[in-house]
Design a protein around this ligand. Structure first.
Ligand code: FES
Ligand code: FES
Length: 161
């Protein structure tokens, strides 16, 4: 079936099997491999993208449901000139990543959070990111990065190990 939607601010039309998942379309057909697949069962958040501005897990989202919608993957978050998005800069400056596997999903979720709540408390950040699993960082510096991106201080960073 043919499906037309907007991907990273550009119109796209794809011809896919109705059972195709967005995560697979992005990675395997469109070479947008910044979206990672961890659990494949909607639990880890590595595959998170924005759908009309809301965070969604693309491993369980069928492309067939995207007609007329707007998708942003992590590749679409940065400036068109290649400059990092402020959330990406905050993750880098606050040691918010180690292996980086969870990072695209964390960054997308965090960007979605600040879009709806520009000055979250630390507790709100932790609550919002409960659907994103990180096996490396212990979360402290991720939360610190999100707080920094919101213009707030969340205490000292813990250096990457
Ligand atoms: Fe989609 Fe884990 S791969 S939530
Ligand atoms: Fe390795 Fe989060 S930085 S899983």
């Amino acid at each position: 079936m043919k499906v037309s939607f907007t991907l990273n601010a550009k119109p796209v039309t794809v011809d896919v099997d109705p059972s195709t998942r967005l995560a697979d379309l992005l990675r395997e057909d469109l070479d947008l491999t910044g979206t990672h697949i961890g659990c494949d069962t909607s639990q880890c958040g590595a595959c998170l993208v924005l759908l009309d501005g809301e965070s969604v897990k693309s491993c369980t989202l069928l492309v067939a449901s995207l007609e007329g919608r707007g998708v942003t993957s992590v590749e679409g978050l940065a400036d068109p000139d290649g400059g990092l998005h402020p959330m990406q800069t905050a993750f880098r400056e606050n040691h918010g990543l180690q292996c980086g596997f969870c990072t695209p999903g964390m960054v997308m979720a965090s960007a979605a959070l600040l879009a709806e709540n520009p000055k979250p408390t630390e507790a709100e950040v932790r609550h919002y990111l409960e659907g994103n699993i990180c096996r490396c960082t212990g979360y402290h510096n991720i939360v610190k990065a999100v707080m920094a991106a919101s213009g707030q201080d969340a205490g000292g960073a813990v250096a990457a190990e």
